[in-house]
Design a protein around this ligand. Structure first.
Ligand SMILES: [Zn+2]
Length: 158
């Protein structure tokens, strides 16, 4: 398993991110189905203190249909916001995949990340890994992903 703090002196930015294995598996499954293109989507959950709890992955259409770029379909983004609100939750992050490069933020990823309240997940279908990042001081820094068991199986999405 590739999750957990990255190597180095600074293990994580911001608060921890907790998610179920079902969410992690849904993101990886989406990344595999989207090959050779990047996949993208939103993450729905709650914020408790400085911790982010992700309860559901919300797959979105990649309007760019590219192996190196993604653009979340705004209609899918709004649907995620509406669904989250209806359930007393919120959009707490976003995810995309790197089909042919390591799951670390590209320059484009760093430039486009603009919300330090969100967690940004990057999936590597080749490694079967999902890594998390939060914006801190204008940079995307690795954050620890803590897996927790869930009584529900979670929905793999579309
Ligand atoms: Zn990227």
């Amino acid at each position: 398993m590739q999750d957990g703090p990255s190597r180095g002196a600074r293990p994580s930015a911001g608060g921890a991110v907790r998610m179920t294995r079902a969410v992690r598996d849904a993101v990886l499954d989406h990344a595999r189905r989207a090959l050779p293109d990047e996949c993208c989507g939103l993450l729905i959950g709650t914020v408790l203190g400085d911790e982010i709890h992700v309860s559901r992955a919300w797959p979105a259409r990649n309007l760019r249909s590219s192996p190196t770029r993604y653009l979340i379909d705004p209609a899918d983004h709004f649907a995620a916001i509406r669904t989250a609100r209806r359930n007393g939750l919120r959009v707490v992050g976003a995810y995309h995949s790197h089909p042919a490069s390591p799951p670390s933020p590209s320059e484009t990823d760093a430039r486009e990340a603009d919300d330090d309240d969100l967690v940004y997940l990057i999936a590597s279908p080749a490694l079967g890994a999902v890594r998390g990042y939060r914006l801190e001081g204008g940079r995307l820094r690795p954050v620890e992903l803590r897996m927790r068991l869930s009584p529900e199986t979670g929905r793999p999405g579309r």
